[in-house]
Ligand binder design. Structure first.
Ligand code: IPE
Ligand code: IPE
Ligand code: MG
Length: 247
């Protein structure tokens, strides 16, 4: 198992920066509300913001960035909002993939694809394939993602492969998740103030540091990133152990 910055699972003060940052990009609807705009306008503003955030985290040495863009529960939203979110993903893939590829960003998709339109599935697969050998930074887009669905899918694959109970351990199990070659997140950021995971990275978040800000996602900017990274740098990660008294 790869444990991000805590490579040996040893208790330590976290180095700056975290290896893997994951973000619950929340508050697009509230952002739009305060401006008398539609929720879809809020999602457009939120999607615009992603572009600069990727570069800012990359510039600070973060190697893996996971963005929660659409949850398995978000299908329950009004049809026009769901349509707008699908549209925005397609547009973002169309307009951003080439530039990200040239910057050496590897794109992964975390989540189900079977409920997305064939067109969107194709676009996702092409951007994943195109960028698969890039090594500068890793961008994981969680879209139609649910942590529980991910765990259930993994169990189904384990069973279908005839894996024996005595061979099931954390290491083998993780091979069946969406993230077999991604370190666990070191830092999970949630914008817009809510204090919950909303089904995000349920397995992988076991020892992530958690940070929340009241700032709404479209307003989350460079100074907010620095606040989150500064907060992370103050954390003492113990992984259940007792720290050396000299530390
Ligand atoms: C986050 O913004 C984006 C998605 C969940 C797709 P929201 O749309 O949840 O914004 P709020 O929480 O209603 O403000
Ligand atoms: C979590 O936000 C999902 C994404 C950011 C994509 P939600 O707005 O859907 O979460 P809840 O409903 O407040 O828990
Ligand atoms: Mg929300």
């Amino acid at each position: 198992m790869i444990r991000g910055s805590a490579l040996n699972g040893a208790p330590s003060s976290p180095p700056t920066p975290p290896v893997h940052v994951a973000i619950i990009m929340d508050g697009n609807g509230r952002w739009a509300n305060t401006r008398g705009q539609t929720r879809s306008d809020g999602h457009r503003a939120g999607t615009q913001n992603i572009r600069r955030i990727i570069r800012l985290f990359s510039g600070r040495g973060v190697r893996y960035l996971t963005l929660y863009a659409f949850s398995t529960e978000n299908w329950e939203r009004p049809d026009d909002e769901v349509d707008a979110l699908m549209e925005l993903l397609g547009e973002a893939i169309r307009t951003e993939t080439q530039a990200l590829h040239e910057e050496g960003v590897r794109i992964r998709h975390l989540g189900r694809t079977d409920r997305l339109s064939p067109h969107l599935q194709k676009a996702i697969n092409s951007s994943v394939e195109l960028t698969q050998n890039n090594t500068t930074m890793n961008l994981n887009v969680a879209f139609d993602y649910g942590g529980r669905a991910e765990i259930l899918e993994a169990i189904k694959k384990l069973v279908a492969n005839g894996v024996r109970p005595e061979d099931v351990n954390e290491e083998t199990f993780e091979k069946y998740l969406y993230t077999p070659d991604v370190p666990d997140p070191d830092l999970i950021i949630r914008t817009a103030g809510e204090m919950r995971l909303s089904n995000f990275l349920i397995w992988q978040a076991a020892y992530a540091e958690y940070y929340t800000t009241g700032t709404l996602w479209p307003d989350f900017d460079e100074s907010e990133i620095d606040l989150a990274l500064a907060a992370y740098a103050q954390r003492q990660r113990r992984f259940g152990r007792v720290l050396d008294s000299r530390e």
